[in-house]
Design a protein around this ligand. Sequence first.
Ligand code: 2P0
Length: 348
Amino acid sequence: MAGEHSAEPVGLRERDRRGRAATAVAHPNIALVKYWGKRDARLVLPRTSSLSMTLDIVPTTTTVALAPGMDADVVTLGGEPLTGEPLRRVVAFLDLVRVLAGRRESAVVDTRNAVPTGAGLASSASGFAALAAASAAAYGLELDATALSRLARRGSGSAARSVFGGFAVWHAGEGGGAEGDRTSYAEPAGAPDFDPALVLAVIDAGPKAVSSRIAMRHTVDTSPLYPAWAESSAADLAGMLAALRRGDLTAVGEIAERNAFGMHATMLAARPAVRYLAPATLQVLDGVRALRDDGVPAFATMDAGPNVKVLCHRTDADRVAEAVRAAGGCPALVAGPGPGVRVTGGEP
Ligand code: 2P0
């Protein structure tokens, strides 16, 4: 393997000799109307449309360097070699990019998260958005934002939304196959007329016991509540878009909270149940309700893990973070709306 006996990192000499490299930065997003359930696993076509806010904290930075002399991709996450299923997913994604680009070179991928991977802080969204942008640039694919969102979707559904900054809506799209692939992408949902913040209660930063990919499939397959949630989610999205347009944080928050509780209800009704909510989750939820009783507009949402994210006005964020820390006995981070994915360097 080229570079094996060099003091230089594997791949850099290859890039300098013949290849191209690109680095991209993407931020996580938190869904306010959730994505939970696919209608096509291979194409990552969702059953429902979703809406999220991209954050301005904890980005992922990914460099893709083409390595023509190597016979397999090498992928590191936080400096450690990726193996098993996570490696297989990245290689499958690079295979897709290579097909689209009509190229065959292997790649060296270096990816770094500002937070622990798998912590329920949407690192797969920022991860695949950054990988999509970096690999498209390295392999010479010229994609507009819609096409980049469709590509990122193939890595991880929620990554389609992290292509965009601020609020983004991911359209479920129509039908299957090529039509589904063409019509399922994210786009900006407009800037609200309020200054939002999301306070992230980090109850557990470790990897989750059940991946969202497996949990959502199990929920669709076995939960009698799933169809009702999916139907109500369409109404939630319409209401959310209208609430964003009129700058109504309270309506946005109420819809986000009920949509998240509904999603967790579908999981709790799955057979057997999938339960991500922990005792500290409920303590933080009580703390959020107490804030509202005190007149602070604050609304909770939870993803595939015990962590709670609290939507509030930016001006209330410090108070909300303090309340969350006290209620949950856990750290809390404050995030505002962040930027979409961008290629930051490494162009040939
Ligand atoms: C969301 N989640 O809308 C929902 C809410 C978790 C709970 O998107 O299988 O990692 O890779 O498409 O994108 C997490 O799901 O799943 C997710 P795949 P992904 O943010």
